[in-house]
Structure formats: C-alpha cells, structure tokens
Design a protein around this ligand. Sequence first.
Ligand code: HEC
Length: 133
Amino acid sequence: MPLHMPKSFCRDIATFALAVLPLTSLAQAWQPPPRPSTGLMPNPVVGKPLYETHCAACHGIDLKGSEAGPPMLHKIYEPSHHSDAAFQIAAAQGVRAHHWKFGDMAPVPGLTPDDVAHITAYIRMHQRRVGIR
Ligand code: HEC
C-alpha cells in the first residue's frame, strides 16, 4: 500500500464493503415486474380457468382462501395496496410470507405475463363484486 494512504483506509474499505455488499445483492435479486403485451385487454373469462388451475388450490376456488393460502377477497389485496404488478411479481418470483402465517408462496411456473394479467382481471372482477375496489 502506498505510504501516503492512512492506515484507516483498509478498515474504511472493509466497512464500506460490509455496508454496501448486502445492498448490491438485494439490488441483484430485485427484478422489474413482468409486463403483459402492449394493447392486451385482460379478460376475466380467459383468467377463470387459469386461476382455477394455478391459483385456486391455495387461494380457494371461491377466492376465499384455503388451508394453504389467504383469500383474494380481502381488503389488503385491493388494487391500491396490491397493484396488478404485485400479481405479476407473485406469479413470477413468488412471495415471501409477510401478511399471513401460511408460509411463502412459491413462483408459479408455466404462466406468461399475459396469462397473469387475465388471472388478475378475474380476481379484480370478484373483488369489485364484494365491494373491494
Ligand atoms: C402453493 C400455494 C399458492 C399458490 C398455488 C398460489 N399462491 Fe398466491 N400466495 C400464497 C400465500 C401463502 C400467500 C401469502 C404470503 C403472505 O404471507 O403475505 C400468497 C400471496 C399472494 C399474493 C400477494 C402478494 C403480495 O405482494 O403480498 C398474490 C398477488 C398472489 N398470492 C397471487 C397468486 C396468483 C395469481 C396465483 C396463481 C397464479 C397464486 N397466488 C398461487 C400461496 C399460493
């Protein structure tokens, strides 16, 4: 090390690395939400069978939840708290348990962002029917 560098330099670098590295690995883990095709008209009729195949086992065939997952007809899943992007992220990347005691939601394979947009439209339709909007 050149003489003019203060001894504390190494310690500062170490402190810096300790402080910043966890942040950069977080940044790497973060991915932007998948986006449906431009111009797609999300359609609840298309979403219904996709929901029933891929989501109902945990979120309930009636969207009221099950022993494995929370109800979608719940105020915390209203659009202002869980945007459509949150549904895209949930399907693509899974969900770390934070609202409930069911454990984590694993990513759901085999769905395109368009599929998830249709599923979301189906869920939104039922949410509106019970006054969650
Ligand atoms: C194996 C069970 C399981 C399946 C299948 C499943 N989920 Fe989940 N999901 C969960 C659990 C458990 C949570 C709650 C996590 C928590 O504690 O907040 C959750 C939470 C969510 C959330 C909230 C995300 C957030 O940001 O809080 C959304 C949205 C969601 N699921 C959508 C879906 C959709 C759409 C499907 C089908 C494509 C699906 N889930 C399939 C178990 C499941």
